[in-house]
Design a protein around this ligand. Structure first.
Ligand code: THU
Length: 129
């Protein structure tokens, strides 16, 4: 299965009764394993979590901290980019040149990178001063 196919397989498990917008994310780590996440909404809306955040949590729980590739899929007219917060979360574990494949269930694809999604990011190097 491709990374996008794996993201689609987890997308259908998303818990999104409020938005009806199901998102799946698949992250391939340096060790080669793929870590999956879907969005999990909550009646207290701000407590909902994005698919990317779920995949990152699964990755770290599995002992991986280096992202090599990301795929995100949703049923939308155009490939959906990660939200601002998820861009920062991805950038914590991914170099700027890491590819991010944005996909729709209808088959559209857009390939970008973590650096393109979050130029001028805040990072740990600013904490060292
Ligand atoms: N969502 C994600 O899971 N990832 C994205 O990249 C964009 C938005 C979720 C959050 C919320 O559950 C629903 O999509 C609508 O915003």
């Amino acid at each position: 299965m491709t990374l996008v196919e794996q993201a689609e397989a987890v997308r259908v498990r998303a818990y999104a009764p409020y938005s009806g917008f199901l998102v799946g994310a698949a992250i391939r780590g340096r060790g080669g394993a793929v870590h999956l996440g879907c969005n999990v909404e909550n009646a207290a809306y701000p407590e909902g979590t994005c698919a990317e955040a779920g995949a990152i949590a699964a990755m770290v729980a599995a002992g991986e901290t280096v992202i090599e590739e990301v795929a995100v899929i949703a049923d939308a007219p155009d490939p959906v980019p990660p939200c601002g917060g998820c861009r920062q979360k991805l950038a914590e574990f991914a170099a700027p040149d890491v590819p991010v494949i944005l996909a729709t269930t209808a088959g559209a694809r857009r390939i970008t990178t973590v650096g393109e999604l979050l130029p001028g990011m805040f990072s740990a190097r600013f904490l060292g001063a």
